[in-house]
Design a protein around this ligand. Structure first.
Ligand code: UD1
Length: 420
């Protein structure tokens, strides 16, 4: 298994380009199911999850081609005739559940494996299923699979309310509603930029959608959609990770290919720590010196502070001057990184969904193990800041969400090496 060897305490300097958003690419790829023919997604990151979604579509009879050089994903769904998502692929990627809505809407049925357990909490899909049921689908659970069938020829528009603003749930049902008969209203919908990007592509396919980006989305179903050609938005979580990397190493980094408005909550909190975060025509410039000030954060759905940046921000607070509280409200059990950070000398106390982080003057290099995607990013940040040498094990988690992380870090002057 591959690891990263990092010698820390080197301030990062230079410019780094952010890749296309993974979390926007996955629903966009699933949306290709809604139309017969060749859809083109530009800017998709060369990541395992993107290839997994491609493999899933191929298993269904679609054709998938990805050119990593120009980040072009082509999906031809003309031959898609097997609306089935097998356990073998689904178990490796939770977001596979995004094929459920489009399959039922276009093919009248779908059999999709239930995503398995996950390191960051139970992560159920009950809200996805309740929505489809209200739109007239018959849902059965059989041997670990969800089998969903439309009762008539098509799904029917419905008024749906989400108990929690689920991101993939909103995306799944928005796609399903695009081909349903009648109007669907999604209340308490997720407002994430990835939802907006999907709505933009669906609209270009001929869907009638209003309100994406707000908590009330209205979709008037149409009879048919055409394939899309779309540029995916930049990855705001990767951008935020590099912003924290600049701050934690006392560096000076220009983050390119970024939509600064997607990073407002993170930028505000970084400024409170004493870092300078400036929007420039070339990108977001992040600069910091000395120990950060302690700052409290609470993760909430967009536009609040993203849960996907919680671990990275906590790492920054490990060396802050003072104590900060990190309140995780989106996922239970998303503190798997805490014991690993403690191995590097962090002083963190956990109480339910809350962590109290007492800043120490410096972290110390150690061997640590990644447990999930964002936890692995935080360990890389900790190692970049720490005195001495660290080895981050199980970086396959990191590779799921960060395209060429160590190459980008090397270009910023970090002392990092991938070893077997
Ligand atoms: C997406 C992101 C993930 C991010 C998360 C929250 C993708 C591919 N992944 O995940 O990176 O961390 O949003 O911003 O876009 N819930 C239910 N029932 C459901 C669905 C969700 O109770 O049917 C709960 C979850 O357990 C969680 C909360 O709702 O507590 C939000 O989860 P959700 O927004 O659905 O996360 P994902 O879409 O899986």
């Amino acid at each position: 298994m591959e690891k990263l060897l990092i010698r820390g305490a080197v301030p990062l300097k230079g410019a780094v380009p952010v890749s296309g958003s993974k979390n926007a690419s996955l629903p966009l790829m699933a949306a290709a199911i809604l139309a017969g023919g060749r859809s083109v997604l530009r800017g998709a990151p060369a990541l395992r999850d993107v290839l997994t979604m491609g493999a899933l579509l191929e298993q269904m009879g679609a054709r998938f081609h990805f050119s990593p050089g120009d980040c072009l994903a082509e999906i031809d769904t003309a031959g898609l005739n097997r609306p089935l998502a097998d356990y073998e692929l689904v178990k490796t990627m939770r977001a596979s559940v995004l094929v459920l809505g489009p399959l039922v809407a276009r093919h009248g049925m779908a059999k999709v494996s239930l995503p398995g357990g996950c390191a960051i909490g139970a992560r159920p899909i009950n809200l996805h299923l309740a929505g489809l049921e209200k739109m007239g689908a018959a849902i059965e659970l059989e041997e670990g699979y969800v089998i969903a069938k439309t009762r008539g020829k098509r799904l029917k528009g419905a008024s749906l309310y989400f108990d929690l603003p689920t991101v993939t749930g909103t995306e799944n049902l928005m796609m399903a509603a695009a081909l349903a008969k009648g109007v669907t209203v999604l209340e308490n919908a997720a407002r994430e930029p990835e939802v907006v990007d999907l709505a933009t592509a669906l609209s270009a396919m001929g869907a009638r959608i209003e309100g994406a980006g707000g908590s009330l989305i209205e979709i008037e179903g149409v009879d048919e959609l055409r394939p899309y050609s779309h540029d995916v938005i930049p990855d705001r979580i990767e951008a935020a990770t590099f912003a924290v990397a600049a701050a934690i190493t006392g560096g000076d980094v220009l983050i390119k290919n970024v939509r600064p408005e997607h990073l407002d909550a993170v930028s505000i909190k970084l400024r409170e720590t004493g870092a300078s975060v400036k929007k420039t025509p070339a990108g977001l410039k992040v600069k910091a010196e000395g120990r950060p000030r302690s700052v409290n954060i609470t993760t909430t759905p967009y536009p609040g502070f993203p849960t996907d940046v919680q671990a990275q921000f906590m790492t920054l607070m490990c060396t802050a001057d003072g104590t900060s509280t990190i309140n995780e409200t989106v996922f239970e059990n998303r503190f798997m990184h805490v014991p690993e950070l403690k191995r590097m000398g962090a002083d963190i106390e956990l109480q339910g969904g809350m962590a109290a982080v007492r800043g120490v003057p410096a972290l110390k290099g150690a061997q640590v193990m990644a447990t999930d995607l964002r936890a692995s990013a935080c360990l890389v940040l900790a190692a970049l800041a720490a005195e001495g040498e660290s080895i981050v094990h199980r970086i396959y988690h990191l590779d799921r969400g960060y395209e060429q992380m160590e190459k980008k870090l090397l270009a910023l002057g970090a002392d990092v090496q991938r070893i077997k």
